[in-house]
Design a protein. Structure first.
Length: 284
């Protein structure tokens, strides 16, 4: 078991006093048999009324409402977690899904339909051509091995670039540019998995990693694929590995734009400066 402290500070500085509209916060990690929350503190200035709920994806969401005008909004989340996902490769895939391609059971397909590819795409579009270089019909391959091949290829052939601007690049843009952020790589992996007929979703959270020449940052994004018998398993194409102990999921979604850590608006003079700091520290 690993213990981590996650400190996430966000400051909005406005050009003049404003009235704050309700803000939605997705800062609390997803709890389960692999992750326990030991303590969690949320500090907000000006004072806010918090109402918690679970959204349609079962993410823990807080809605903050304000009565006091402000020139600055400060949100600080401090969480200590216990992470038990120390052997991420210790899972069993159902016999019928061990090798790709396979078909989901009718019961599973009903639930997984939002995470599957249902749109029609031309066979010569950039993503289809890219996938064709990684797998051709008739090749017998374990499902996990195919997904690992996909993630490793993104990691090895595309260049990581920290992007400050909001939003997620479409998969075709990431391929044409040859660069992307972690959320862009996660979206590319997710879209490619769906084209292959696999159920995939986007994950937003934190990453604990040792210092390296390339700073991936402590906020992070990756993808999950539903593998019958094993459940939702995380794949991180930014580092080319399966999600492990250092990956701390906060929110999952069918669409990447659905799970920003903080979302809200204000009424007043336009203009605001955003300052964000995130630290993920391993504890004894």
């Amino acid at each position: 078991m690993q213990r981590y402290k996650i400190l996430h500070r966000t400051y909005y500085n406005f050009s003049a006093e404003v009235r704050l509209e309700p803000h939605t916060l997705r800062l609390r990690p997803r709890e389960g048999h692999e992750l326990h929350i030991e303590s969690a503190v949320l500090r907000i200035t000006p004072a806010a009324t918090l109402r918690w709920h679970r959204d349609v994806e079962d993410n823990s969401v807080a809605t903050a409402t304000f009565d006091t005008p402000a020139r600055q909004l400060a949100i600080e989340s401090e969480v200590i977690i216990q992470q038990f996902n120390e052997t991420p490769l210790d899972f069993l895939v159902a016999d019928y899904a061990m090798y790709y391609p396979f078909a989901h059971t009718p019961e599973d397909r009903v639930v997984l339909s939002p995470y599957l590819n249902t749109a029609e795409h031309p066979t010569d579009d950039p993503l289809a051509a890219w996938i064709a270089r990684l797998w051709q019909p008739g090749e017998r391959i374990q499902t996990y091995a195919l997904l690992q091949r996909l993630g490793s290829h993104i990691h090895q052939t595309l260049a990581y670039r920290l992007r400050e601007e909001p939003g997620v690049q479409p998969a075709a843009d990431t391929l044409s540019r040859g660069t992307g952020s972690c959320r862009d790589f996660a979206n590319l992996f997710m879209e490619a998995a769906r084209r292959l007929g696999l159920a995939a979703r986007f994950v937003s959270g934190y990453l604990h990693a040792p210092p390296s020449a390339i700073d991936y940052g402590a906020t992070h994004a990756w993808a999950e694929v539903f593998m019958p018998g094993a459940g939702w398993k995380g794949f991180d194409p930014t580092i080319g590995e399966i999600a492990g102990t250092g990956h701390i999921a906060v929110a999952v979604a069918r669409l990447p734009e659905s799970v920003p850590p903080i979302a809200g608006s204000f009424v007043g003079s336009p203009g605001a400066n955003l300052d964000v700091g995130v630290w993920v520290t391993e504890l004894d």
